[in-house]
Each structure stands twice: as C-alpha cells, then as structure tokens.
Design a protein around this ligand. Structure first.
Ligand SMILES: [Mg+2]
Length: 198
C-alpha cells in the first residue's frame, strides 16, 4: 500500500448489496412483511462496526421504483424500518444508497443508463466522497456479478460473492472470493483484514 495513505478504520467501509445479502431476494421486495433477514447478516455488520470500526454502507439497485412496481416513498418507509432494525441490533448502518433507474424498463425519467446502477460504480464512488473513504482498504459483499464488477470498478480492495449454490467457499480467486454462507463471508473478511491489513 502506498506510503502515507490514511488507512484508519474511520475511512474504511463494508459495502453491502441489499437483496440477497441483507434480506432474502424474493424479487422487488418493498413491504416489511416480505423482508426476511438472512441468518448471519447482523454478525457480519457487528464485526465490521464494532471489531473493525468501519462504516457499513448499503448500495442497492432498486429498479422496481423505475419500473413503477413501487414508489420512492414506499422504498423509504421500508428502508427506515430496516435501518431501525439494524439500530435495534446495535449494528448501525452508516447510509443506504439506492439506484432506482433502469436503462430499458424505467418509466419516464427513470429510463436512463445511470452511473449509480451497478455494475457501474457510482453509488460506491459517491459514498467515498460523502465519507472520505479509502476504497482500496474497503470491502464489498454481494450476491451477483454486477456487485463484484461495481466494487472492482470503484477500486474496492476486497470483494466477496455470496453464492449459496457454490461447491465450497474459496479464497484467492483473481477478482473476488466466493462464500457459500454469511458465516463463511465473515471468515474471509476476518482473514483478509488479519493477513493483509485489509
Ligand atoms: Mg442482490
């Protein structure tokens, strides 16, 4: 790592995708009653917030808004409830970003190839500006390749793909690690921080 780089915990973040990472991806989830936390998510956030002292930041494509399946107010109501649940678990989330657009299926102003929609890195880059983050010293956990691509494009140093159907968790893939479970993702995050300071 370059000399003089500020790698203090307050400049690092664990980025999380939402659907498939925080909650079970039932497809365009917008109601509290459909929001099902995935086992292990609070432990992951707890480690990042309390053991590492990092920010935890959600970066989520929400084209259901752009497609007209639900609106911004509905999204925000669910998000406020979700953030309160994290707060109640003593695992506070620093901020939740979302990209409501879709280049083909968005309605009206939502039909745009927006820089925030993953696999583009816009949400992560905005968070880096907002919180003065050290992206090479940060990590991203997602459940789709577009999460890995967005993180790589943003220069996020550690990238973990959650893939429950994988044969086994694996460490050391050229571009991202694979974790079958949240517990495995926590092991990979812990080992990476311990081994390389990331
Ligand atoms: Mg996802």
């Amino acid at each position: 790592m370059p000399a003089g780089r500020d790698t203090s915990p307050r400049r690092r973040a664990l980025f999380l995708d939402r659907d498939g990472v925080i909650n079970v991806d039932h497809g365009y989830v917008y109601r509290v009653e459909d929001f099902e936390f995935i086992p292990g998510i609070f432990e992951l956030v707890r480690y990042a917030v309390h053991d590492l002292g990092w920010h935890v930041i959600i970066v989520s494509n929400q084209s259901g808004i752009g497609r007209g399946y639900f609106d911004e107010a509905t999204y925000q109501t669910l998000t406020d409830w979700m953030l309160a649940r994290f707060q109640a678990e003593n695992t506070p989330i620093t901020r939740a970003y979302h990209a409501p657009h879709h280049p083909e299926h968005g309605i009206g102003a939502y039909r745009v190839d927006h820089a925030w929609r993953k696999p583009k890195p816009g949400m992560l880059l905005q968070a880096a500006i907002d919180f003065d983050l050290d992206l090479p010293g940060s990590a991203m956990i997602g459940d789709s390749l577009s999460d890995m691509q967005a993180a790589e494009a943003a220069g996020v140093g550690l990238r973990i793909l959650l893939e429950p159907a994988a044969e086994a968790s694996s460490v050391g893939n050229a571009t991202f690690h694979v974790a079958k479970t949240h517990a495995d993702a926590l092991v990979i995050l812990r080992q990476s921080v311990h081994n390389s300071g990331l």
